[in-house]
Design a protein. Structure first.
Length: 154
């Protein structure tokens, strides 16, 4: 498993815990990382993702709600909702990866953690968001990652 995939899976687990204890993020981070033996680059990318998602949650959730006409965010499965948040944040702010890779990764994580139907659901929502971003010319904003740094998906 590549470093970024592992980081996304860690973030999914952290976000899941934060759904139940949103007022204890520092404690959740500390407890989670104390039980997860990961490479420093996994923890670094996961931390960047988690902090970015927390910082831009309103914007991310709005994009998801606009793309999911028949589903309110609070009615989505918690795992699916958080997979979408990770991918939308990356679509908006990750400058080193092409959007199709971000979307494919989200689909695979949805398939692994939520099932085939969730993978189809995630694909549909992210495809709509990606098309909207391209139409609006809002692809990949700057959020602390170096766009000059070319990291390949591992």
């Amino acid at each position: 498993m590549g470093s970024r995939r592992k980081a996304r899976e860690c973030v999914l687990q952290i976000l899941f815990q934060l759904e139940f204890s949103p007022d204890r993020p520092e404690e959740i981070f500390k407890d989670y990382w104390s039980t997860q033996p990961v490479k420093p680059e996994v923890q670094e990318y996961a931390t960047w993702l988690t902090n970015g998602i927390k910082q831009h949650k309103i914007e991310i959730d709005q994009a998801i709600e606009e793309a999911s006409r028949h589903w309110r965010l609070d009615r989505m499965a918690m795992v699916d909702r958080n997979i979408l948040r990770i991918a939308v944040f990356e679509l908006l702010f990750e400058k080193t990866l092409p959007p199709p890779i971000i979307i494919d990764e989200a689909i695979e994580i949805a398939r692994k953690f939520s099932g085939d139907e969730a993978a189809v659901f995630v694909n549909g929502i992210l495809d709509g968001i990606y098309k909207s971003l391209r139409k609006d010319g809002i692809e990949n904003k700057e959020a602390g990652r170096n766009p000059e740094k070319k990291e390949e998906e591992k």
